[in-house]
Design a protein around this ligand. Sequence first.
Ligand SMILES: [Zn+2]
Length: 441
Amino acid sequence: MAERADVVSLLQTLVRHDTTNRAPGDAEGELAAATWIHDLLAEAGLEPVLLARDDAPHRANVVVRVPGTDPSLDGLLVHAHLDVVPAEPEQWSFDPFGGDVVDGYVTGRGAMDMKDMCAMTLSVLLDWAASGERPRRDVVVAFVADEETDGAYGAQWLVEAHPELFAGVTVGIGESGGVVESHVGADGSPVRLARIAAGERGTLHLRLTATGTSGHASRPTEGGAVLALVDALHRIGHHDWPLHVSPLVRAQLEQTAAALGHKADLTTDDGVMRTIAELGDAADVAMFTVRASTTPTVVRAGYKVNVIPGVAEAEIDVRCPPGFEDELLAALPALVGDGVAFEHSVREPSVQAPIDGPWFEAMVASVQHVDPSAVVVPGCLGGGTDAKAFSLLGIACYGFAPATVDPDGRRRSGIHGVDERVPVSSLLGGREILGHFLATV
Ligand SMILES: [Zn+2]
């Protein structure tokens, strides 16, 4: 077996490629990062392809297929995004794009979201290429652009324009999951827990338009567009959505409670909320995934203080647990109310992958191969990842980008914030888990 391609230096190089995604059309560094990966894989003897939309050649993606030894098996997708959210260097205690190793951490924007996964996956591919080892099934790896906006140049575009790249693939792994973390059990003992994401709430964008008579503000008439809109926003934003505990979140809460030695009472709404409160951090985002959320985010009205505007508009970010879509859509007209028009677009349906069966078991086995004490539970994400795009191809998507606990207590931190960094030991452990999974599944 060849020496493991050095995952730490791979991550350092990736961090040094500034792939900041500020807005649609603006992530110049993606091409350099993608080209670097492409060339590395090609030099190793693999056959990667570099792809970008014609109107944005700098928003580059790399896809490579490693043929498995058993062509009768379904293919597996590994997806990881190359872009990162902006960093404000003056707030950081190190260079966000320096990629330095400091105090046992790899530091920099993307270290945790999610160039760590890019580096781990690259390391496995390079080791395979060097040793001649091959996976059992076809493994398709997609390093994609533009996840931090909406994937229009990345995952979404690949799925629409190049579905042939994913032929035969039925399961995918990607962002958000498989990270082993330390928690404290009910009796005070330490418990190691990893959550694998097997679902995501769906996303809906709602646009409200209120109209009224415009005129001079010194002579107000009854109602008006602004007040009608504000009333609607108040009803929607403060609406108390009923609990909807999907089978996935139920399994998450039951298994997390069992691991920590808490009693889960999921028979009543109060019991569910009490269980979530007792589990604390270990419940992850269950507080949000047990119900829908309707959050006003954009409001537009008026242009001059003494003029009553004739139109007022708002946008609302709506997230919906798997299986609650019909109920949510049925409730919207009454919440919006009379006199305000609304339209919605289902941007991304919810995602749910099986939590019983060989795929999930294989992920659990790989985590426990490296950390036998880890308890692995399924979970649901409150937001979204590129899994939503890939699931449109019928691919069952899991959040599985593993990492282990640092023995000296260092923690992964700074995602979308300041001083992003990952412990070197967690990265090496994650590489072992991922390598074991990709080789054995
Ligand atoms: Zn991410």
